[in-house]
Design a protein around this ligand. Structure first.
Ligand code: CO
Length: 184
């Protein structure tokens, strides 16, 4: 009797373990990414300022403002093919990043902006940039809370055309936080 019970328990355990493994395998794809470490509110821009000083000095500066009304102050800007650009994003609002974060994500020409932000919606842990989508992006700033700023330096694409830029914080693109970088 004792042997039979032990066997039964082992059999049950095996079934449970097998079922457990199967479940976790199935849900893996929909698991939300881990939250970014809290209180990572180091003064924005410090890291970017430390990037290649020569490239920064030669780059043409373009400043974009974002605010609590979910608007960028410009909807388009022009660059020359291959031009060095120093893009400054100023979040002139006062609301915190978790509820009113803003970034500027410049997408490659053939990327569907609506589709990109749709997928980014669940990527809170990586500031609404889905890991593995970097190949769809020309350049992007950090996600900023009110009063924060970030500066990035990048080389404009060689191919002339219209490149969409967006704020990838959930809902902001749909409200109009988007624009176009024209290479010409
Ligand atoms: Co935004």
């Amino acid at each position: 009797m004792k042997i039979k019970l032990t066997f039964l328990s082992t059999a049950l355990l095996t079934v449970l373990l097998t079922t457990g493994c199967g479940d976790s395998g199935k849900t893996e794809g929909t698991a939300t990414p881990p939250e970014a470490p809290a209180a990572k509110e180091a003064p924005a821009g410090n890291k970017a300022a430390a990037t290649d000083a020569k490239a920064t000095a030669d780059a043409r500066e373009i400043v974009i403002e974002a605010n609590d009304q979910m608007k960028f102050n410009i909807e388009n800007f022009d660059v020359k093919p291959g031009e060095q650009i120093k893009l400054v994003l100023n979040n002139v609002g006062t609301m915190p990043k978790f509820s009113m974060g803003h970034n500027v994500v410049i997408l490659k020409m053939d990327v569907d902006a609506a589709d990109f932000v749709d997928k980014a919606m669940n990527a809170a842990g990586t500031d609404y940039i889905v890991k593995g989508t970097e190949d769809q992006i020309v350049a992007y700033t950090k996600l900023l809370g009110g009063g924060e700023t970030d500066t990035i330096v990048f080389t404009a694409p060689d191919a002339p055309g219209e490149y969409p830029f967006v704020c990838s914080f959930p809902g902001h693109f749909q409200i109009g936080m988007k624009g176009t970088m024209t290479v010409k």
